[in-house]
Design a protein around this ligand. Structure first.
Ligand code: SF4
Length: 271
C-alpha cells in the first residue's frame, strides 16, 4: 500500500465512523477568520461566546472591528482568553485588510493562494496553522491544516512526517493527496473529532475505528491483554505493603513508570 493509499484509507475509516463534520462553524468568511484567530489556545465554546458578544454589538465585520478601540474589543473577546493579545491580533488583521484591500475581506480572500498565505503570515499573531485554517475554511483553498491532533494521530499510526517542521508535516498530506479543498476540509475536521473523542492524550483504543491499521493501538491492546492473563496469583504486592513504602520511594517508582510508558509510546510511534 502506498502512503497515498494509507492516507486515503485512514480518511475513509474516519468518515465511515463519524460522517461529514460540516466545518467550519461560521455564517460568513469573516466570522470564520475571527473564529480562527480566537480559537488559538481556547475551547470552541468560549470562542462562541466571544463571537456572540461581537454579533450583539454589530461589530462582526472589518468595519465593525475597526470602529472599536482595542480595549473595547478586548472586553468583548474576554471569554476566549488571552483577550488583550487576541484583540491586538484582530486589530492587526483588520488593519492589514484596510491598508492592502480597502477594508474589503472578499478582495483579500480572492488573492492568489501563495500571496494570500504570505499576507496572513506577515500579519501579527497569525502563524501557519491559523493562516491555513483561514485559507481552507474561509477562502476554500486546498491547503492542509496541521495541528497537535494531526501530529499525535499520525505518529501513533507510524506515518509521521520525516521532520518536525510544520512544512514537513503539511507536505505529508499535500504531496500524497490530490489538492482538493473539500477533502482537506473534511479530513482535518475528522482528525480533530477523532483526537478530541478517541485518540486523546490517553487514547481509547478499544473500539477505535483505526485500530486495524494502528500499530500503537494494537501494541497497547496486546500489552493490556497480556497483563490481564499474565499476572500470577499472589505475585502482586498487597495494597498495605505498597502504601507502607517510604513516600519518596513511591514517587520515584511512579516517575520511572511514567517515563517507561512515554518511551514505549515514543518508540512505537516512530516504528
Ligand atoms: S487505536 Fe488507539 S492509538 Fe491508534 S488511532 Fe485509535 S485511539 Fe489512537
Amino acid at each position: 500500500m502506498t502512503l497515498s493509499d494509507r492516507l486515503l484509507d485512514v480518511y475513509q475509516r474516519l468518515y465511515a465512523a463519524y460522517g461529514p463534520q460540516r466545518w467550519w462553524p461560521g455564517d460568513t468568511p469573516f466570522e470564520v477568520i475571527v473564529g480562527a484567530i480566537l480559537t488559538q489556545s481556547a475551547a470552541w465554546t468560549n470562542v462562541e461566546k466571544a463571537i456572540a458578544n461581537l454579533k450583539a454589538a454589530d461589530a462582526l465585520s472589518a468595519s465593525g472591528l475597526a470602529r472599536l478601540s482595542e480595549e473595547e474589543l478586548a472586553r468583548m473577546v474576554y471569554p476566549a482568553g488571552y483577550f488583550n493579545a487576541k484583540a491586538r491580533k484582530l486589530k492587526a488583521f483588520v488593519e492589514m485588510v484596510r491598508s492592502s484591500f480597502g477594508g474589503e475581506v472578499e478582495r483579500l480572500l480572492a488573492a492568489p493562494q501563495e500571496e494570500l498565505r504570505g499576507l496572513l503570515l506577515n500579519t501579527h499573531g497569525i502563524g501557519p496553522e491559523t493562516a491555513d485554517s483561514i485559507l481552507l475554511y474561509a477562502a476554500g483553498r486546498p491547503t492542509f491544516v496541521i495541528d497537535a491532533y494531526t501530529r499525535r494521530l499520525f505518529r501513533r499510526l507510524s506515518m509521521a512526517a520525516p521532520q518536525e517542521s510544520y512544512e514537513s508535516w503539511q507536505s505529508l498530506f499535500t504531496a500524497n493527496l490530490e489538492a482538493d479543498a473539500t477533502l482537506f476540509n473534511e479530513y482535518h475536521a475528522l482528525i480533530v473529532r477523532h483526537g478530541k473523542g478517541v485518540c486523546r492524550r490517553e487514547p481509547r483504543c478499544e473500539g477505535c475505528p483505526l485500530l486495524e491499521v494502528c500499530p500503537t493501538g494494537q501494541a497497547r491492546m496486546g500489552a493490556e491483554a497480556a497483563g490481564k492473563q499474565g499476572a500470577p496469583a499472589g505475585k502482586a504486592k498487597p495494597e498495605h505493603e505498597e502504601a507502607s513504602r517510604p513516600l519518596l520511594q513511591r514517587i520515584e517508582i511512579s516517575l520511572h513508570l511514567q517515563s517507561v510508558d512515554e518511551s514505549f509510546r515514543y518508540t512505537v510511534g516512530r516504528l
